[in-house]
Design a protein around this ligand. Structure first.
Ligand code: SF4
Ligand code: SF4
Length: 61
């Protein structure tokens, strides 16, 4: 299982990770981007690849 983790201090809330995730793991609303459904993460690494700040990493559980 994989768990995406957002480093809040580096995140600019650009929503790129939320937009690219095919499993809707992220929630982006009210100017915040959070990990809402980590159980659906397949570890595809699209979010880590697209983040311009390297603020999202994948933890393997
Ligand atoms: S690794 Fe893939 S499935 Fe998991 S949160 Fe990132 S984009 Fe979504
Ligand atoms: S792509 Fe990176 S900087 Fe943009 S909202 Fe996601 S974690 Fe934050």
């Amino acid at each position: 299982m994989f768990m995406p983790v957002i480093k809040e201090e580096d995140c600019t809330r650009c929503r790129a990770c939320a937009n690219i995730c095919p499993k809707a793991v992220f929630d982006a609303k009210n100017g915040e981007v959070t990990v809402c459904s980590p159980a659906y993460c397949t570890g595809c690494e699209s979010c880590t690849a697209v983040c311009p700040k390297a603020a999202v990493t994948l933890k393997q559980l």
